[in-house]
Design a protein around this ligand. Structure first.
Ligand code: 13P
Ligand code: SF4
Length: 315
């Protein structure tokens, strides 16, 4: 069973083996794929995921898959993005409560008001938003391509929504003036610079890598800032003896199972939304073909423009 033995004790593997076998059989029956975000728990990530990655990779995979059914082992905005890119496919999310504090922070009406206040300023929207918000935007971005997306516009000023910390970080990397929204990720905003300094004091020589949804004092302390996939690649390439990944905590478990020569210090901030997705929920989704994610065609059409413009930007 893939890398499960590296992350779970034998007794737990034996306990979940039947549900994994059922999910595999249902995937074959439905011609379905399970797309899993890097924050999924190891039983999902190493047990049943067909494709794994950050938000950008999941969007690209969703666009390319030939399966009829996509099960999104991630949060709702990721499932919506998959549906926006694949209107003819069935996209399922195992738990409708898997939301996101960033997506909840802004509505389409908010974006329309911002456009009125700043006429002509391009709107760059993080994918961690609803389809309705994407539909009001000029272009989307993820944490993996936000700098390249903003630079691709050639503008002096952009409206960057809704993550104020990612927006500030993009401004610091590009020199572009950003008009911010006060959204934040409930998981990453809990990290502090002081906490990172404590890790450095307790583990001399440790490398500190952080997700750009963290507040500025955290990013100032980091040796590297990147998306979840960017952080994984950084560890693969640099092989530090000891590292702390300043992000949701399942990711370290997943990566540690594959990169055995690096010691991971693991602070644990869990995303309650990502943790709504379970093996049992994935099995139920495939058994009963639920919960189907639908986006009204008129909204999807406009949102698709913003997402496909993003996908066309070279990193
Ligand atoms: P990534 O695109 O870096 O995977 O981030 C998604 C996310 O929700 C981080 O909290
Ligand atoms: Fe949203 Fe933060 Fe959870 Fe990512 S970790 S899904 S940004 S709440």
């Amino acid at each position: 069973m893939r890398n499960l033995a590296a992350v779970l004790p034998d007794v737990e593997i034996a306990a979940i083996a039947p549900v994994i076998a059922e999910i595999e059989a249902l995937k074959a029956k439905r011609n379905a794929v399970v797309l899993a975000h890097n924050y999924m728990t190891p039983d999902i990530f190493h047990g049943v995921a067909d494709l794994r990655g950050d938000s950008l990779a999941l969007a690209r995979m969703a666009e390319e898959t030939e399966a009829d059914v996509i099960v999104m082992a991630g949060v709702h905005f990721m499932a919506e993005t998959a549906k926006i890119l694949n209107p003819s496919k069935t996209v399922l999310i195992p738990d409708l409560r898997a939301g996101c504090s960033l997506a909840e922070s802004i509505t389409g009406a908010d974006v329309r008001l911002l456009r009125q206040r700043y006429p002509g300023v391009p709107v760059v929207t993080y994918v961690n938003t609803s389809a309705e918000v994407k539909a009001e935007s000029d272009i989307c971005c993820t944490s993996g391509n936000a700098v390249a997306v903003v630079e691709s516009l050639g503008a002096d000023r952009v409206i960057f929504l809704p993550d104020q910390y990612l927006g500030r970080w993009v401004a610091s990397q590009t020199g572009v003036e950003v008009i911010l929204w006060e959204g934040s990720c409930m998981v990453h905003e809990r990290f502090t610079g002081a906490q990172l300094r404590e890790y450095r004091a307790a583990h001399p020589g440790i490398r500190v890598i952080a997700h750009p949804e963290c507040p500025p004092d955290v990013l100032d302390e980091a040796d590297f800032v990147g998306s979840t996939a960017g952080m994984i690649s950084w560890v693969e390439k640099n092989r530090p003896p000891k590292v702390v990944m300043v992000t949701e905590c399942s990711m370290s478990d997943n990566v540690a199972a594959e990169i055995r020569d690096v010691e991971f210090v693991r602070p644990c901030n869990l995303c309650p939304h990502m943790k709504r997705i379970t093996l049992a929920g994935i099995a139920d989704a495939l058994r009963h073909m639920r919960h189907e994610v639908k986006v009204p065609p008129a909204v999807a059409e406009r949102a698709r423009l913003a997402v496909t413009r993003m996908l066309a930007v070279k990193p």
